[in-house]
Design a protein around this ligand. Structure first.
Ligand SMILES: [Zn+2]
Length: 129
């Protein structure tokens, strides 16, 4: 049984209560997770709201950890997306800077391989979309 402290950590403070994901992928990274905002380093536009599992640097964005914006969040449920080639690049909606390219990670998940230097991240407190 989870204690109350654990529960409050799980509900991200925001206008919309959002339940962070807890699954085998998160457990494989030690169970810890944080919500982060990912910004375009060229024009400072917020590009993604993302659950990062585990500690360490951010190298990839897995589709099933994207919470917003909706047009990117829905990719993980799109039946026409099966292979990396089915995905568009991850681009900044304002300046078209390419932040990531599609890939499949060794655990089977589709992801974006992030281009270092094209983005920066901040610990997230709300959705902001
Ligand atoms: Zn940009």
């Amino acid at each position: 049984m989870e204690n109350l402290e654990e529960k409050s950590e799980e509900t991200v403070r925001s206008n919309m209560p959002v339940k962070m994901k807890r699954d085998k992928f998160r457990n494989a990274r030690g169970g810890k997770a944080v919500m982060i905002d990912i910004y375009c380093s060229k024009c400072n536009t917020k590009v993604l709201w993302y659950q990062k599992d585990g500690t360490g640097s951010l190298k990839r964005c897995y589709l099933n950890r994207i919470f917003a914006p909706p047009e990117l969040e829905r990719l993980q449920r799109d039946p026409s997306i099966q292979e990396p080639k089915d995905l568009p690049n991850l681009v900044c909606p304002s300046c078209q800077n390419v932040l990531g390219t599609p890939m499949r990670y060794s655990d089977g998940r589709l992801a974006y391989r992030l281009r270092q230097g094209s983005f920066y991240k901040k610990r997230s407190k709300d959705i902001g979309y």
